[in-house]
Design a protein around this ligand. Structure first.
Ligand code: PEP
Ligand code: MN
Length: 339
């Protein structure tokens, strides 16, 4: 429930309310950013009812949050959350493009890719070190060594890094090398992993599961916020449907709806969303129109030789053209390309 206090309520009054909520075994929330003091209480509704807050003389109104997710909801926070990946802010006026290979393959590959995406205008380097692959016989990623190679390339080109974590036991290692943790589609409902990244100081890029509803995505994000980490970026990366002409069906409904239902930033991955290189530029433009705060795009120096996701990866020239091609769409959306 959201608790709006009367204008005469002081900071001490607010603290007293928060203590009372906590003592009752509920989770107290202080919700800044409004003229009135607004508090929240999360937990068992019967316990809440017993507190009888609505009859308190300093309480103006109580507003129940009817959605199953609370902390991530727009009702809980009206203004957009901004999430920093190193020096880059996602969710503000600037439109953020993240790019890089599906997987880090070698020093030469990640170095050349970092240089290419940087000169084309991307501001965050992506790359997988631990790859969750459908087949155990597919390339699984170079692990810790890949993180070091990527960190070196990123340092050289002044780019922050996002990379996928697949196991909570890798958290300390990941924290040494990356600026944002990616939770992949296959792990969106790995609740232990969500809680682990929820205890990290790093921001989290949370990708939608291949068969996850929008509500399930928001509840997965809720796990991370509930564990203490408010810095979550949602990512639409396509869902599985009856359609087989594309790898996935990029659900742009989700982008517009997520922006309405949640204050968290939303980015779109048209590479996994389509699985087809030539569809990436048009779907990138469509994502901007749908209200996305950014894009994450797979780029490989030689897609034909890529160890994973070659067919959906753009080469450096294609990516540079994409960056030019999206400019007018970014402007039309009232945004500016982050540089
Ligand atoms: C990836 O980003 O390379 C990846 C594996 O993404 P997803 O989890 O969306 O499949
Ligand atoms: Mn990939």
């Amino acid at each position: 429930v959201i608790i709006v206090l009367k204008p005469e309520a002081t900071a001490d009054d607010a603290q007293a309310f928060l203590r009372r909520i906590e003592d009752a075994g509920l989770q107290p929330l202080y919700l800044p950013g409004s003229e009135r003091t607004v508090l929240g209480a999360l937990g068992d509704e019967r316990v809440l009812a017993r507190l009888n807050l609505e009859s308190h003389p300093l309480v103006e109104s109580l507003k129940p949050i009817l959605t199953p997710y609370k902390r991530v909801s727009r009702e809980m926070q009206g203004h957009d959350t901004r999430v920093d990946i190193g020096p880059v802010t996602v969710g503000g006026r600037e439109f953020v493009v993240m790019a890089g290979p599906c997987a880090v393959e070698s020093a030469a590959q990640i170095g050349a890719t970092a240089a290419a995406i940087k000169s084309a205008g991307a501001v965050v380097l992506r790359g997988g070190a631990f790859k969750p692959r459908t087949s155990p016989y597919s390339f699984q990623g170079h692990g810790g060594e890949a993180l070091e190679l990527m960190a070196e390339a990123a340092r050289e080109h002044g780019l922050p890094i996002v990379s996928e974590i697949v196991d909570p036991s890798d958290l300390a290692l990941m924290e040494q090398h990356v600026d944002a943790l990616q939770v992949g589609a296959r792990n969106m409902q790995n609740f232990r992993l969500l809680q682990a990244v929820g205890r990290s100081h790093l921001p989290v890029l949370l990708k939608r599961g291949i068969a996850a509803t929008i509500e399930e995505l928001l509840l997965a994000a809720e796990y991370i916020l509930d564990a203490g980490n408010p810095n979550v970026i949602l990512c639409e990366r396509g869902i599985r449907t009856f359609e087989t002409a594309t790898r996935n069906t990029l659900d742009l409904n989700a982008v517009a709806l997520l922006k309405q239902r949640s204050h968290l930033p939303v980015v779109v991955d048209p590479s996994h969303g389509t699985g087809i290189r030539d569809l990436v530029p048009p779907m990138a433009k469509a994502a901007i129109g749908a209200g996305a705060d950014g894009l994450i795009i797979e780029v490989h120096i030689d897609p034909a030789a890529a160890l994973s996701d070659g067919p959906q990866s753009m080469n450096p020239q294609g990516f540079a053209e994409l960056m030019q091609g999206i400019r007018p769409f970014v402007t039309a959306a009232g945004r500016e390309l982050a540089a």
